[in-house]
Design a binder for this molecule. Structure first.
Ligand SMILES: Cc1cc2nc3c(=O)[nH]c(=O)nc-3n(C[C@H](O)[C@H](O)[C@H](O)COP(=O)(O)OP(=O)(O)OC[C@H]3O[C@@H](n4cnc5c(N)ncnc54)[C@H](O)[C@@H]3O)c2cc1C
Length: 435
């Protein structure tokens, strides 16, 4: 039996292993002590849409993409995840309401596992794969890929190496820089992805309750083009009755994110409100741009994220604890510094956030409120996009890539889908049909 070494045990690596199990000797290596990748740290919101969390249409037509998503959903459900809810008539009504306000709403099949349930589901998946003969090795950091005669022959890790017929690299965001430099050395091309820069918005939960409970949209995706700059702004990772949390980026930088749990809840709902930034000549390095903004914001916040009331941002003044205490919303993240986000962010992004929230208020009344809380920085860094075929095969014929680390996905389902695409690419190379 030929061997495939999978680097990374996040959603991409796990779903890839599931495709290959029984047909190849599969060895999954992960530098962390347990499975799940950043998927495990997440909230487990599953979005089943070809253009959310990556773009599956880069790899297949729409029909095929929907079939693949259905397959992934069934697999999640078989592991104990709740079935996605999708009440199309309600979501169509929300789409119409949004359209009238000049906002695009994307109806999506969604399911929410919850941070507390996710480890159980991942545990079951690993157990199932082990029964199918997949070998997992944790605490194993891959350091290099050795090529001979235009093919990868060996994977080198801390403490040893392993010979292999194929490599499927899915090291996630945390391994993206390593992956980019390793494949570049092997002659594979890469390019910068756009970046998302914005804030985490927190409002009293009642403001989103209508969308979440009446329209049945747990993580509503609203897309807006702003009037002044015509920039793309969107809601992302809505956490109903959830908590804002601090998140660490690379190089000691940090920002914020949001979580909600199945069993514990707060009185607030938070969501990311993000401006898409693409750069061309002379600087294409969106990552560097994002890091600089994170750095200034972290410095101004004195080592904590900045919090500001929307009313203060609009009136060009910093927030203070006194002003925040006068609001009828209490922040769920306490380790923050009241300040002025406009001191750290470019004017264009501030303008986009204010105009975008004003527009969103027409669909979600109450969002554009004086006391709405904004936390910064909230930046979504995406990995460099590695050049591949539609089967996620690189210029090195036995090296396939998948997931967030290869810049081809940005979410659990997208990562899982690309893991499957890459695994099926390997099967195809061997003339084996996927079953
Ligand atoms: C706080 C947070 C909340 C999130 N919430 C959601 C959500 O609700 N819904 C959603 O769809 N997405 C969410 N995401 C994003 C989601 O978790 C990722 O998109 C997804 O996990 C990417 O999967 P992946 O398999 O590509 O990579 P990962 O899940 O990051 O897994 C990659 C694995 O590779 C390992 N690795 C890295 N480098 C090496 C190396 N050199 N050698 C060996 N192993 C290595 C890592 O240890 C890691 O275990 C969230 C992310 C975060 C951080």
């Amino acid at each position: 039996m030929k061997k495939v070494v999978i680097i990374g045990c996040g959603p991409a690596g796990l779903f890839a292993a599931n495709e290959l199990a029984g047909k190849f000797k599969v060895v999954v290596l992960d530098s962390s002590p347990k499975p799940g990748g950043s998927g495990l740290k997440s909230d487990g919101k599953l979005n089943f849409h070809p253009e959310i969390g990556g773009n599956l249409l880069d790899f297949m037509d729409e029909d095929e993409a929907w079939k693949l998503l259905e397959y992934i959903e069934q697999l999640f459900v078989s592991l104990g995840a709740p079935k996605a809810n999708f009440e199309s008539d309600k979501l169509e009504r929300l789409k119409l309401k949004a359209a009238k306000a000049g906002v695009k709403f994307i109806p999506i099949r969604q399911s929410h596992i919850g941070s507390d349930e996710l480890p159980v589901i991942i545990g079951k998946f690993v157990e199932r794969l082990e029964k199918k003969g997949v070998e997992f090795r944790f605490g194993v950091k891959v350091l290099d890929l050795v090529a001979e005669g235009g093919r990868i022959s060996k994977v080198v890790f801390n403490g040893g190496s392993i010979k292999t017929d194929y490599v499927l690299a899915a090291p996630g965001r945390s391994g993206s820089e390593w992956l980019t430099s390793t494949v570049t050395k092997l002659g594979v091309k890469t390019k910068y992805n756009p970046i998302d820069i914005g804030v985490r918005v927190e409002v009293p939960a009642e403001i989103f309750d209508e969308i979440v409970f009446e329209y049945k949209s747990w993580d509503p995706k609203f897309h807006i083009y702003t009037p002044s700059y015509d920039d793309f702004v969107r809601t992302f990772c809505v956490s109903p009755r959830g908590y804002v949390i601090k998140e660490f980026y690379e190089e000691g930088l940090f920002g914020v994110n949001g979580h909600s749990f199945r069993r514990t809840s707060s009185n607030n709902t938070n969501f990311a409100f993000l401006v898409r930034v693409s750069l061309t000549e002379p600087l294409e390095n969106t990552m560097l741009y994002g890091k600089r903004i994170a750095q200034i914001t972290n410095t101004l916040g004195g080592g904590k994220p900045i919090i500001q009331r929307l009313g203060d941002l609009i009136r060009h003044r910093r927030s203070t604890w006194d002003r925040i205490k006068r609001s009828y919303i209490t922040p769920t993240l306490k380790g923050v510094t009241p300040g002025d986000i406009a001191m750290a962010y470019p004017h264009r992004i501030i303008q986009d956030i204010i105009e975008g929230l004003e527009r969103l208020d027409r669909v979600v009344p109450g969002v554009f409120n004086e006391t709405t809380l904004l936390y910064a920085p909230e930046i979504k860094f995406y990995a460099m996009r590695i050049e591949t075929s539609k089967h996620l095969q690189t210029a090195i014929k036995n090296l396939f890539v998948a997931g967030d680390g290869a810049g081809v996905s940005r979410g659990i389902v997208g990562a899982a889908a690309t893991g499957i695409i890459a695994a099926r690419g390997i099967l195809r190379s061997e003339g084996i049909s996927p079953s």
